[in-house]
Design a protein around this ligand. Sequence first.
Ligand SMILES: Nc1ncnc2c1ncn2[C@@H]1O[C@H](COP(=O)(O)OP(=O)(O)OP(=O)(O)O)[C@@H](O)[C@H]1O
Length: 248
Amino acid sequence: MTTTAQTTSTAASARGLTRTYGDGDSAVQALRGIDLDLPAGRFTAIMGPSGSGKSTLMHCLAGLDAVTAGTVTVAGRDLAGLDDTALTLFRREHIGFVFQAFNLLPMLTAGQNIVLPLELSGRPVDRERYDQVVAVLGIGDRLGHLPSQLSGGQQQRVAIARALVTQPDIVFADEPTGNLDSEASAEVLGHLRRSVCELGMTVVMVTHELAAAAYADDVVVIHDGSVTAHLTDPGQDELVAALAGRGA
Ligand SMILES: Nc1ncnc2c1ncn2[C@@H]1O[C@H](COP(=O)(O)OP(=O)(O)OP(=O)(O)O)[C@@H](O)[C@H]1O
């Protein structure tokens, strides 16, 4: 495995992370003993062929899927020590999610969608944080619009603002531009990048797209359930070689 990631503070880590679906002859080993440290304050892309385990890895790191063996630590907390209720509360407080489908509530305005997670958890809206996030996502003039009155790219930017407003320790984005054309994708990725640079967020994004990974600082490459490279600021050639399963 190629390792060029530098040591910084760690937002999430895995040790011996194994996830097996089913058992007996039909068992699928989706993750095969992964060790991984995701640095805080950086934008990491997870890439690999279809079926290599990207989504499973993200779901295990985010506490959305149970691990078969090994440990996952997020914001210094071993997720295995949390029961279902504690895990739900932990995710709400420490983790932000962005999905391919924007999942905005259609009857609420953009602004109301953004503050919904705070309202659901009974936390006050930090006006300064809200204004900062809205500015970084460039949606200040769309806050009174319903999702149906927004373009796909604008809807995804609202969904990202909703994930950031709670000041999570880490944001997981699963193919966030999968439903967008290339122009809207570039715009959304640029705003995600700004949320890392200007708000100090930690973003981990699963993507198939080389063009999307180019916005990330680091790229984790996964093949057949194992991490085969963890690259810092890779050039295109280095990344293409790692994806093809060979050194640069
Ligand atoms: N719930 C499940 N039950 C059984 N097998 C599963 C389940 N979820 C995933 N798998 C298997 O685990 C392996 C990894 O799947 P995963 O979805 O993590 O890959 P991926 O890299 O995200 O794929 P894609 O890029 O196509 O979304 C695959 O072989 C998949 O078929």
